[in-house]
Write a protein that binds this ligand. Structure first.
Ligand code: G3I
Length: 377
């Protein structure tokens, strides 16, 4: 009896092990699996995702498989920002950026570097620089080292991020304060010299809005007139279910494209939570106190709200498809709702639902509504 049980135990163990092996093989096969968003939109534009440290490390097999099935472009959500990649004048940390680039290469993905020059998430030593020559030297070392390291491997760089105020004037950043507006030209020229093959982008939020858009166009024209190579503009696309600016989005695609630039939607998400201050965009320094009123869906998003989001995403993608000749890439700022920065901004510890996949990395109605659209070859 005992030996029969033991034989049964062995047989069951063998079956379980075989099952596990099969599952692993399926997961690996899933890596190459077609049928995702990237395949549906392959003739239109790249479908990208920003990925965090866990996703770079492929810590969660479900998220890892989903990334490979649905997306063909990746952007590092945080780990190429100045404070992380160059915390000190002579100290660089390439551990996660190297893994990020290797992951993209392994799977033949479009790789976006984010971001070289940004006033936020700067290393403290850069914030302390008060002198133009010193700042230029810091900028030169930063861009040469980072773009040079990934030469021929990163497809495009967000060279300058969020350099504009809402009225379209230049933001008073440590770079502007020390070097004047020449820092913009310098940054693009350094990046172009460090990797002549890489595409170079200007990236910002709310640049679909009229005043900021006009400022952005004026800034880009100046750069072009100075002989700067700039290949694309990144409209971040942090929008709210309270109202997506469809008309301004369309005008922006047309106007930026008329400058000879490819248009990228670089950080798309749609917040589902209330925002009584009518805050637009993604100014990371803004933070406000929370309350149950401000966090209305702590457990799940009501069906009607899910449908509303599906309609908004579908209308957005219809518009982007209409301009597929001008739009190069649509990147979501995260993979699943659980990882989104919008759970912590502009109020900490809320439960938000801004993306196409839920907290278990399962597709939401918004995913189906984007997949339903017919993308002609
Ligand atoms: O890693 C630390 C962790 O150790 C610590 O315990 C925790 C405590 O708050 O903070 C963690 O760092 C946070 C980091 O995200 C990683 O989660 C930072 O505080 C937080 O400021 C940081 O926020 C990022 C933000 O940029 C600022 O860099 C968001 O994840 C990221 O989504 C967001 O992305 C920006 C784009 O780069 C540019 N456009 C706007 C967009 C949204 O703000």
């Amino acid at each position: 009896m005992k030996s029969i049980k033991f034989i049964q135990f062995l047989a069951i163990t063998a079956l379980l092990l075989a099952g596990c092996k099969e599952e692993t093989a399926q997961q690996e096969a899933g890596a190459q699996e077609a049928g995702g968003l990237k395949d549906a939109y392959k003739d239109a534009f790249y479908i990208g995702a920003a990925i965090n440290a866990d996703q770079i490390n492929e810590a969660d097999p479900k998220a890892a498989a989903l990334l490979l099935k649905e997306f063909n472009s990746i952007t590092p959500e945080n780990h190429m920002k100045w404070m992380h990649i160059q915390p000190g004048p002579d100290s660089f940390d390439f551990a996660l950026p190297d893994k990020f680039v290797a992951l993209g290469e392994k799977h033949g993905m479009n790789i976006v570097g984010h971001t070289l020059v940004w006033h936020s998430q700067l290393a403290p030593f850069v914030e302390q620089i008060k002198d133009a020559a010193e700042m230029e030297a810091a900028l030169t070392k930063h861009i040469n080292t980072i773009v040079g390291r990934y030469k021929g491997r990163v497809n495009g760089w967000d060279v300058v991020n969020e350099a504009l105020n809402e009225d379209g004037t230049l933001r008073e950043t440590p770079f502007l304060k020390t070097m004047g507006e020449g820092y913009l030209e310098k940054a693009f020229k350094l990046a172009a010299a460090a990797d002549p093959e890489a595409e170079l982008y200007y990236n910002d939020y709310n640049i679909e809005q009229p005043a900021k858009r006009a400022g952005c166009i004026a800034m880009i024209k100046k750069l072009q007139a100075a002989g700067v190579k700039i290949d694309g503009v990144g409209i971040q696309g942090h929008w709210s279910i309270a109202g997506l600016p469809y008309e301004d989005i369309e005008k922006s695609v047309e106007e930026f494209s008329a400058l000879g630039l490819k248009v990228h939607f670089t950080e798309v998400d749609i917040t589902m939570l209330p925002n009584p201050w009518d805050l637009k965009g993604a100014e990371v320094n803004q933070n406000f106190p929370g309350s149950p009123y401000m966090n209305p869906y702590p457990d799940s998003l009501p069906v009607a709200k899910q449908e509303e989001q599906a309609v908004a995403y579908q209308r957005l993608f219809e518009l982007l498809l209409k301009h597929r000749d001008k739009v190069e890439r649509v990147t979501f700022w995260g993979i699943g709702d659980g990882n989104s920065w919008l759970n912590g901004w502009p109020i900490k510890d809320r439960t938000n639902y801004p993306l196409l996949f839920d907290r278990n990395f399962e597709p939401k109605p918004a995913y189906n509504s984007v997949m339903e659209l017919k993308v002609k070859p």
